[in-house]
Design a binder for this molecule. Structure first.
Ligand code: FPP
Length: 242
């Protein structure tokens, strides 16, 4: 990861969909698609800061993914463990700070410790804030924040956001651009609070086929959009809601 054009914080979140179909179309087991998906993760993490992304959140395993067959769940957990073991040095060399969001108490034995080790080792990196969502549910994150607030008075948005983000983060970061690969057009319980004003980009390309050029194209499209945050667009008195 070379130095970058970061001139403003840019948070991109990706729903990495399509691994299973990629494999099935080739007559391979679905897990082969997930393995190939890890290669894409490497490519995209490397490209992200070059392309001006300062924070990247990847949806690796949703809390609803426990419903998948045991073999697939085990394969995914194995790939995550392997990624942490083999990528730690590369992440640090590239200036990426890794944080995992989601529950850790249901992960296979030892995985939470391995996550903690990489988080600690990369804690001082500043080029890219890489967040991987594992056993993650946005609804659960919002419900836990509400439970943690506990009081009867309504929290401010800022106070509530501090409770939603991972421990130690000043507040959860708003998503600027949310990309979903694989052709489906839904959010699947991903970053529902943080994506309130995210620009959405749905791409047909299956995750294993996604690459640097696709990320660059999504960012170029994003930069052409006018973000109004509910206000009026520049010089456009007729701008509508959103
Ligand atoms: C969705 O595709 C993808 C997943 C549930 C897993 C994503 C995981 C990885 C890319 C690998 C591990 C990640 C890291 C960060 C090392 P799908 O299986 O639902 O695809 P389909 O819709 O074609 O069936």
């Amino acid at each position: 990861m070379q130095s970058t054009l970061i001139n403003q914080a840019l948070h991109v979140a990706i729903i990495m969909d399509g691994n299973g179909r990629w494999a099935t179309r080739r007559g391979l087991p679905r897990t082969a698609g997930h393995r190939e998906g890890v290669q894409t993760v490497r490519r995209v993490v490397e490209a992200a800061s070059d392309l001006g992304v300062s924070a990247l959140t990847l949806f690796a395993f949703s809390s609803d993914n426990w419903r998948r067959p045991d073999t697939e769940v085990r394969a995914l957990m194995g790939l995550l463990r392997h990624y942490l073991r083999t990528e730690c040095k590369r992440l640090i060399d590239g200036g990426a700070r890794l944080t995992v969001i989601g529950r850790r108490d249901r992960l296979p034995r030892g995985l939470a410790d391995e996550i903690g080790t990489v988080e600690q080792a990369s804690a001082n990196c500043q080029q890219l804030d890489l967040r991987v969502a594992i056993d993650y549910s946005a609804r659960d994150a919002i419900a836990s924040a509400a439970a943690a607030w506990g009081a009867s008075d309504l929290p401010s948005r800022e106070a509530f956001a501090r409770l939603i983000g991972p421990a130690g983060e000043a507040r959860c970061r708003d998503v600027d651009l949310l990309i979903r690969t694989g052709g489906e057009k839904r959010l699947s319980d991903f970053l529902l609070w943080e994506a309130a004003y995210a620009e959405l980009c749905f791409i047909d390309t299956l995750w294993p086929d996604f690459g640097r050029d696709d990320l660059a194209a999504a960012l170029a499209d994003f930069r052409r959009r006018e973000r109004r945050f509910g206000g009026l667009g520049q010089g456009n008195a007729l701008a509508s809601v959103g």
